[in-house]
Design a protein around this ligand. Structure first.
Ligand code: SF4
Length: 419
């Protein structure tokens, strides 16, 4: 039987698209294989957010050159952010590749498939659903808009139809994905927005939870906050990258908002959505970031007390405005020290926030079993481990929390909500 091999790096968007491609191949009679050597179709789903990620795909393509030479009938395709508008240039650089196709597009052999068919066959209980491709923002450090292009939203009806089918296949929770979900819909004929989409999905029977990633502080609307507050299936969890706690650095990053605006937004979110879990992203050591400016970021994190902070150390990404125009002038040793400080600060804050859940009962959607423990997440996106002899996969289980740490919780099952 013919086999396919998909190699994926990068964000959840790439993972979601690879799941769909895999599903299509299986419907077409292919079997997955863990090694490229055994496959008759190989798809590389690339990420170029960092130069190191781009190097990985280039190395992978070099490694596959001899395989393609030995087996010319092998189909080799590349998708993901490496595939930009310069496809002819890519063809010249990598003649061993049969097809380059943009993220969310399909190569010729998939064109006949109806979009509804390209869904994971056996999706996990919590599944990603891309709703908007591309980004119009051009933050100074980011390569995504150059590679993923302008924003393109999927129609509400398409997404609702897909989510209904996923629910039929056992999905309980969907996470709606986009580089900037707050831009969703502005390019659709009826100018629907994310709040409209959430309202539509909230009506789907059998769906228990809805999440969405990633927000942009410049674009997040009061209407969206209202929708999260009112719709029972939309989880009390918001990811809102701040990137820096200093206005001059935010300006240099071309983020389009101020610290004051961000602070007002979080106040409103917390006021309207009681118990909301907020997470953020920060970049340490952006060009010209002084010790005082770094301290502003640390102070803001202490003040706003996020449930999670994703920390990136700045490194110039060729092709971006920052790489062309701004000197990477914060010494590496300084960047590392700042990273350590933020990690320690956040470990303390997250530990204190999670400790408040001790002896409380939380509802967990069980996503997998590893070794002898089940694991799943609360509505507020806390990772929870527990033991249970029965099959809990895909079930909503009440767990009494017995142990907490900054990164996860452990507890004991009290009941299953949907047995
Ligand atoms: S919002 Fe900024 S950081 Fe996010 S994808 Fe767009 S350009 Fe990149």
């Amino acid at each position: 039987m013919s086999q396919y091999y998909i190699w994926t790096i990068g964000c959840q968007m790439n993972k979601a698209e690879s799941e769909r491609l895999g599903s299509f191949f299986e419907q077409a009679g292919y079997q997955p294989t863990a090694t490229a050597e055994e496959a008759s179709i190989i798809v590389l789903n690339s990420c170029v957010v960092r130069q190191s990620a781009e190097n990985r795909i280039i190395n992978k393509l070099s490694a596959l050159k001899s395989l393609k030479k030995a087996r010319p009938d092998l189909t080799l395709a590349v998708t993901g952010c490496l595939v930009n508008s310069e496809v002819n240039q890519l063809r010249e650089s990598f003649p061993q590749v049969d097809y380059f196709f943009k993220p969310g597009d399909y190569p010729p052999w998939l064109e006949k498939a109806e979009s509804g068919q390209i869904l994971p066959h056996h999706p996990p209980p919590s599944t990603f659903v891309p709703i908007i491709q591309g980004c119009n923002n051009f933050c100074a450090y980011c390569i995504v808009p150059y590679r993923r292009g302008q924003e393109r939203s999927r129609a509400i009806e398409d997404i609702a139809c897909e989510v209904k089918e996923l629910v039929n296949r056992g999905v309980k929770e969907v996470t709606l994905l986009g580089q900037n979900v707050d831009s969703y819909g502005h390019d659709l004929p009826d100018k629907a927005d994310l709040a409209d989409l959430l309202k539509e999905l909230n009506n789907i029977n059998g769906l228990a939870r809805i999440r969405f990633l990633t927000n942009h502080p410049k674009d997040m609307s009061p209407r969206l906050i209202e929708a999260v507050a009112c719709l029972d299936k939309v989880c009390e969890q918001i990811s809102l990258p701040i990137q820096s706690g200093d206005n001059d650095i935010l300006k240099a990053m071309r983020r389009g908002y101020t610290v004051e605006h961000y602070r007002r937004l979080t106040t409103e979110i917390r006021h309207k959505i009681p118990g909301v879990a907020l997470s953020t992203d920060v970049i340490i050591g952006f060009p010209s970031e002084s010790e005082v400016q770094f301290q502003q970021t640390a102070n803001l994190l202490s003040e706003l007390r996020f449930d999670k902070v994703h920390i990136a150390v700045y490194s110039p990404r060729p092709g971006t405005f920052a790489a062309r125009k701004l000197e990477d002038n914060v010494p590496l040793i300084e960047k590392r020290e700042r990273l350590n400080k933020i990690e320690q600060l956040q470990e303390k804050i997250a530990g204190e926030i999670n400790a408040q859940l001790l002896d409380k009962t939380v509802e967990v959607l069980v996503e997998r079993r590893e070794k002898d423990k089940w694991q799943g997440r609360t509505r507020s996106d806390k990772l929870v481990f527990f033991s249970n002899k029965g099959n809990c996969l895909g079930q909503l289980v009440k767990i009494r929390i017995e142990k907490t740490s900054p990164w996860s919780l452990q507890g004991k099952a009290e009941s299953n909500n949907n047995n």
